[in-house]
Design a protein around this ligand. Structure first.
Ligand code: UD1
Length: 428
């Protein structure tokens, strides 16, 4: 555990200081996807033995997931952007409240624990500041496979009655977490499972690919229908985490905002098709290679009309960053949030910097302004916090972003990367 002396500020309590207006250009190397690494870690539960996961980002959420696995009895070793997880010693089936409360993705251990041990006890995540984020779809899917649920004292107690069996499941909504939990249970269930209206995010395909390497029989990953034939055992593997399309999208917005040219290396442009298309329509030049994306801009930013939707729709995790572009565009933009019911909280902080944003239900109406002004602002959530720093890059004067612990959940050395691209930014 890190020691914080009386004179040092606990890093999670620090603020980010940005002096706006500096050119931002150069190349930034993108890490492994947060939303994949956390699920690959959960999947290691399925195979007794040592799983090795590479290209793992050094972010707070990975540390929390390591703690979750350790609390179950796994041996987790953190190396340089890689993890070795020995799941042989797992002897506890409970994901405790202290950890689930910090990170909802901890509920991804539900499916693997049920598959391997027939039992799981997971704290209910409770309210989250970007919406209700219920677990009903997870429970409905697993319930169809023979799992019964009871709730007691804030925990969900899940138990397989007899044997876990395959089922035909159609989700009301293509939930990322529910698709993952059901898929990770189905790989060890007896018989065939069909998941219809499954989530199609690239991170789902990455998880399915790792499960296949482990010996699972899965097809259709990346499409709305995933088919799984249960197998008797899975074995540990080495797997490289897919690049983080949201981290890449965030830096590309920085380049689009300040003109660039800015290149990301390590994320697949095919995972960002719609976001790149929106950038082009906003007046940004975009060029792509196999794992590279370059943006640059000389003319005015044009307004946008964006609706967040499950993949391959526009990602809700880039909504806040694009609102910063819209705030400085020449004209009026509409951004509609369809995935989470309460994901505009950061907009009131952006308004404090001079943005003209009106929220009406799940629509944000943004009238572009010629400039933003630096101000003290507070991160309300991970992506909102990252977006406020982007706004600070473009704003006149100093922006001080507090609540940095939100940003640390999902961005490795955000300040260092932006400084290397030319930003006048520090953290203290
Ligand atoms: C994942 C991502 C998150 C991303 C989101 C949508 C991780 C760790 N997080 O979150 O970054 O923003 O996908 O792309 O991968 N819902 C229900 N009932 C359920 C499950 C979900 O109503 O049982 C609702 C949620 O409240 C939310 C919507 O469905 O409004 C999307 O949730 P889901 O796709 O499950 O997202 P997460 O897996 O939580």
């Amino acid at each position: 555990m890190s020691h914080v002396s009386d004179t040092e500020v606990d890093p999670s309590m620090q603020s980010i200081y940005v002096h706006g207006g500096k050119p931002i250009s150069g190349t930034v190397r993108i890490g492994g996807a947060k939303n994949s690494a956390l699920k690959l870690m959960a999947a290691s539960i399925l195979a007794p033995g040592v799983t090795r996961i590479t290209n793992v980002p050094a972010i707070a959420d990975v540390t929390i997931m390591s703690e979750v696995l350790r609390s179950l009895g796994a041996d987790v070793h953190e190396g340089d952007h890689e993890l070795t997880i020995d799941a042989s010693g797992i002897d506890t089936f409970e994901a405790p409240y202290e950890l689930v409360a910090q990170m909802r993705a901890a509920v991804d251990v539900l499916g693997p624990l049920l598959a391997r041990f027939g039992r799981a006890r997971v704290a209910m995540p409770g309210g989250c500041n970007i919406g209700a984020r219920k677990l009903d779809l997870h429970m409905k899917g697993l319930g169809a496979m023979g799992v019964s649920f009871e709730t007691d004292h804030g925990y969900i107690d899940a138990q397989v009655n007899g044997k876990l069996h395959g089922a035909s499941i159609t989700f009301d909504f293509p939930s990322v977490g529910a698709t993952e939990n059901v898929m990770m249970a189905a790989v060890r269930a007896e018989g065939h499972t069909t998941i219809d209206n499954a989530a199609r995010e690239p991170e789902i395909a990455d998880l399915a690919n790792m499960l296949v390497e482990m010996g699972a029989k899965i097809s259709g990953q990346g499409t709305p229908t995933i088919e799984v034939d249960g197998v008797d055992e899975l074995h540990p593997v080495d797997h490289r985490t897919v690049g983080d399309r949201i981290e890449a999208g965030t830096y590309l917005v920085a380049g689009a905002l300040m003109g660039g040219p800015l290149t990301t290396v390590g994320a697949d442009p095919a995972h960002l098709t719609l976001a790149l298309e929106k950038l082009r329509r906003m007046g940004v030049s975009v060029e792509t290679g196999p794992q590279t994306i370059t943006v640059s801009r000389t003319g005015d930013l044009q307004p946008c009309d964006i609706q967040t939707l499950p993949h391959p729709g526009f990602p809700t995790d880039l909504q806040a960053q694009f609102m910063v572009l819209a705030a400085l565009a020449k004209g009026s933009s509409v951004i509609t949030e369809n995935v989470f019911e309460n994901r505009f909280m950061f907009a009131s902080e952006l308004s404090r910097m001079g943005a003209d944003v009106r929220i009406e239900g799940h629509h944000a109406l943004i009238n572009g302004v010629p400039k933003l002004e630096g101000a003290p602002v507070r991160s309300t959530d991970l992506r909102g916090g990252a977006a406020l720093v982007l706004a600070g890059l473009a704003a006149d004067g100093e922006t001080v972003v507090s609540g940095v612990h939100h940003i640390d959940r999902g961005y490795e050395d955000y300040v260092g990367h932006l400084r290397a691209l030319g930003a006048d930014i520090n953290r203290r």
